[in-house]
Design a protein around this ligand. Sequence first.
Ligand code: HEM
Length: 618
Amino acid sequence: MVDILLPLVQDLYLMAILTAVGVLYAVGFLLFEEQGRLSKESERIKNLAVLATVIWLVTTVGGVVVEVANLLGAGFLEAFNWSTLTSFLTTTSIGRDDLFQMIMGLGVIVLIVRAQKVGAIYFALAATMLALVIPLFQSHAASAGNHGLAIGALIFHVAAVSLWIGGVIGLVLISPRARERSIARFSALALWAAIIVGLSGVLSAWARLNFWSGWHSRYGLLVAIKILLFSILVVIGAKHRRTIALKLEGGRQIYRLLLNESLVMLVAVAIGGWLSTSIPPTSPGAIAADRDPAIALTGIAMPVSPSVGRILWSYSPDGTILGLLLLITALYIYGVVLLRRRGDSWPVGRTIAFAISVSLVDFATSGGVGVYAHFAFSYHMLGHMILGMIAPIGFVLSAPITLALRTLPQGRSPEERGVRGTLIAIIHSRYSVIITNPIVALALFDGSLFALYMTPLFGKLMRSHSGHLLMDIHFLLAGYLFFYVIVGIDPNPRKIPHIVRIIVLFAAMSIHAFFSIALLSTSSLLDGGYYGSLHRLWNINLLSDQHTGAALGWMMGEIPILLALVATFIQWMRVDSREAKRIDRAADRAAAMGEEDDLARYNKYLAGLARGEQPRSE
Ligand code: HEM
């Protein structure tokens, strides 16, 4: 029963959560909104997302009972026991994921029911997609060698599948008139999703079946069927685009194509769910994770002692970060190409800054520094400094927000705020004003160092793939926010005086120096035994390696802050000289017109005050 029920419940869960994504996606991105408010049509179909979320919750609860019965080898009635279920949900990683699903599901229902603006729908969509991808960190991909690639590819695969199939489900559910108006946007986004599904699917298959005999298994056969289904979907997709381009009798043809597409997709999803509950074949000669603690913990075999060559040329792809880098690079290039096509220019320096930062992040996560960071604190700190201090400066100077504002689509009708309008609303939202406060940015930038390394958190996060990923993404975002607030060239909801920026930079330097000295004077290990449990045969003195990391962090941390200080001074001088020129030009203009300039008027006002005249109420 369990062998039948597990894939079945998994498939029902996938269908329900993908439908919820689909409806939210249609309401958030396909249907027209009115100045950010939901239209009548959106109000109508958003209830379908509530229904799908309820089914998602029910299948999650069902899945828990089947998993507990499976683990205990007991019947479902025995498994359906409160204390057993609560201990499963709170003490096992899979159980905690299911609990996370339930909490997210309930939160999404509340968000959708109360939603009146598209902003709330975006939150509900993001929460649903997060609930969809989080369990993938625990999927059997996690036990395979190169699990960084396997997990990353699967996350992008499932996220893109959800947007692709979600869009189709959304279009099938909305009215023919709304479908006509939003099909062009669906088609544009579906193309991106299909490309990502195909690429990540092939990478997922490669990560699990990169040996010929693996294809002679049931798992291999299922993957082959999926490739066939994907090719059929590509053909249907091409027909879609042709029908749209040629406006061939519109409604009915499109609707038939959509129905066929969603049927093929649902079969592909069913097979995908089946795959995810079946164990992939093991490649001959693969080192079993249980025989190598390094593979069990990091997904990478223990490397030999580091050398300059090995740091420069080692590579073990972290699929999630690599996927994110490929996605933002594709979007950045797409933006620059759009501008060029419009005849607008984009400073090449910005594109170069972007490219350098992307390469640095890849080097610090999948490249040599990223590989050795799993095995030695000193390399971890080197990676941290690249991700938190150096790469963010390039991203800030590449002005991604300005590029987005210049290329994102405007409203499709006079009433519609449009994606560009939504970004402007986000930049000027209460949340952005709070997060761009220099104190908040500094607290996230430097404060989190103490929270991470001076508590057991670091050791905990190093032991899981999702924890490691969370740390890397936090370093990047905290660094980006800090340098965006201090030396950013993109629009900022706050006007921060240069003197304040300089004070914050000096504060950042001293806090960072204080942190490094505290780290240098540690006499015990901070990693909760993580590096020790890897039994590496090089740099075996773990404490001295920790101190090397502290020294590296200090040295590498101060340099970017110093550079930002110089940049802020230069910016300040430039603004001042621009202001001086403006005042001079105004004075010249006033003089030419025979009028008093500002200065003369102000001096006259001061003289009046001196003579005891009442101050002007401006
Ligand atoms: C090039 C074509 C494709 C290939 C090579 C491919 C390959 C894979 C692989 C290897 C997995 C991982 C299974 C595991 O966890 O072991 C997977 C999962 C999955 N795939 Fe695909 N896939 C392809 C296309 C599609 C399409 C077109 C869809 C749906 C429209 C789809 C939906 C899914 C789903 C829902 C999962 C399961 C996610 C889960 O773990 O819950 N795939 N796919």
